[in-house]
Design a protein around this ligand. Structure first.
Ligand code: HEM
Length: 285
C-alpha cells in the first residue's frame, strides 16, 4: 500500500498522471496533496491510507479472491456453468453487453438470479472474513443450540442452551461455522449447491445464517457493489468462454480436482492458491 501511494505521489508530482490507470487512487493522492495544511507531501495522512486500505483490501481483495473461487467452482461444476450460460443468453441473446450497448441494473440484475445464487454459494463456502471480532456493548444472554449428527449427516438432538455475555467482552463471530451449520443449511452444508440460495414457494433461504458481508449497521458498505460486479463478471465470462479444469487435472478423480483447485491459505482473506482453469471461446459470442 505504501509503495503504491508513493509511486502515485511521484507520478502526480512529476506530471505523469497519464501513467495511472487507477483513477480512484489518483484522485485521493491529488486531493491529499492540495490540502492547505499538508506541506509535507511525503507524509501520508491517516485518511489517505485508510481509503487506500478500503479500496485495496475491503473492496478489491475480497471480491477478487471470491471470484477466483467462483471460477474454480464453475470449472468443477459444468452443470452450474451451463445454467449461468442459459441465464445470460436469455438476457443477451446476441452476445455480451459492451460498453456501447445498454444493460441496466434495474432490468437485468433481478433476472440473473442463478448467477447471483452461485456467487452467494461461493462466499458461503469461502467467506472473505471467516471470522469477525466485536466488542460487546451491553450485558446480554444468547440462546444457542447444541446438536449431534448421525453418520448420514442428519441432525438430531437439538438442545437449546444460553450463554451469558458481559459488556466489554471481545467476542468472535465464526462466520464459517455458521455457514457450515447443518441446522440452517441442511446435512449437505459442505456441498457446493447454488440452488440453496433460490427461494421457492416452500423454501426461503436462511438470511440470518449468511453473513459473508457481516450484518447490522457495520456490515459491508460495498455489498451491493460486490454482488453486482461479481454477477457481471461471471455472466460475461461464461457468456464468452467455456470454463473447464486445466489439462493437467483432467482424468483425475473429481474429489482430487476439487482439493487441488480450491486449495487456499489463510492470509488477510482466505487466499486461493491454485484457481487455474482453462477457457475455450464459445462458438457464438
Ligand atoms: C465479496 C466481496 C466482499 C465481501 C465478502 C466483504 C465482506 C465484508 C465484511 C465481512 C465486512 C465487515 C468487517 C468487520 O466487521 O470487521 C466488510 C466491511 C466493509 N466493506 Fe466489504 N466485502 C466485500 C466487498 C467490498 C467492496 C467491493 C467494498 C467497497 C467498494 C467494500 C467495502 C467495505 C468497507 C468500507 C467496510 C467497512 C464498513 C464499516 O466498518 O462500517 N467491501 N466487508
Amino acid at each position: 500500500m505504501l509503495d503504491l501511494v508513493s509511486l502515485s505521489r511521484a507520478w502526480v508530482v512529476g506530471g505523469k498522471t497519464s501513467n495511472m490507470d487507477a483513477g480512484l487512487l489518483r484522485n485521493l493522492v491529488e486531493a491529499n496533496m492540495t490540502q492547505e495544511d499538508d506541506t509535507n507531501h511525503e507524509k501520508l495522512t491517516d485518511e489517505l491510507l485508510s481509503n487506500t486500505f478500503a479500496f485495496l483490501m475491503a473492496g478489491h481483495e475480497t471480491s477478487a479472491h471470491s471470484l477466483s473461487f467462483a471460477v474454480a467452482f464453475l470449472a468443477l461444476y459444468p452443470e452450474v456453468q451451463q445454467k449461468i450460460y442459459e441465464e445470460a443468453t436469455r438476457i443477451w441473446p446476441d452476445g455480451c453487453p459492451t460498453t456501447a450497448s445498454v444493460s441496466s441494473y434495474k432490468e437485468h440484475m433481478p433476472k440473473l438470479e442463478y448467477t447471483l445464487a452461485t456467487f452467494q454459494e461461493t462466499i458461503r463456502m469461502f467467506p472473505a472474513a471467516p471470522r469477525l471480532t466485536k466488542i460487546v456493548h451491553m450485558d446480554t444472554t444468547l440462546t444457542v443450540h447444541r446438536f449431534t449428527t448421525q453418520g448420514t449427516g442428519e441432525i438430531e438432538a437439538i438442545t437449546p442452551f444460553t450463554v451469558p455475555v458481559r459488556a466489554g467482552s471481545l467476542i468472535l463471530l465464526d462466520t464459517m461455522a455458521v455457514h457450515m451449520n447443518p441446522i440452517y443449511w441442511g446435512h449437505d452444508a459442505e456441498e457446493f449447491n447454488p440452488e440453496r440460495f433460490l427461494d421457492t414457494e416452500t423454501y426461503r433461504w436462511p438470511r440470518d445464517a449468511f453473513f459473508a458481508f457481516s450484518s447490522g449497521p457495520r456490515s459491508c458498505i460495498g455489498q451491493r457493489f460486490a454482488l453486482t460486479e461479481s454477477v457481471c463478471t461471471l455472466t460475461s465470462l461464461v457468456r464468452r468462454y467455456e470454463i473447464s479444469v486445466p489439462e493437467h487435472l483432467t482424468g483425475k478423480p473429481f474429489e482430487e480436482q476439487k482439493r487441488i483447485l480450491l486449495k487456499w491459505r489463510p492470509r488477510t482473506t482466505p487466499t486461493p492458491l491454485n484457481c487455474m482453469v482453462r477457457l475455450r471461446r464459445r462458438a457464438v459470442n
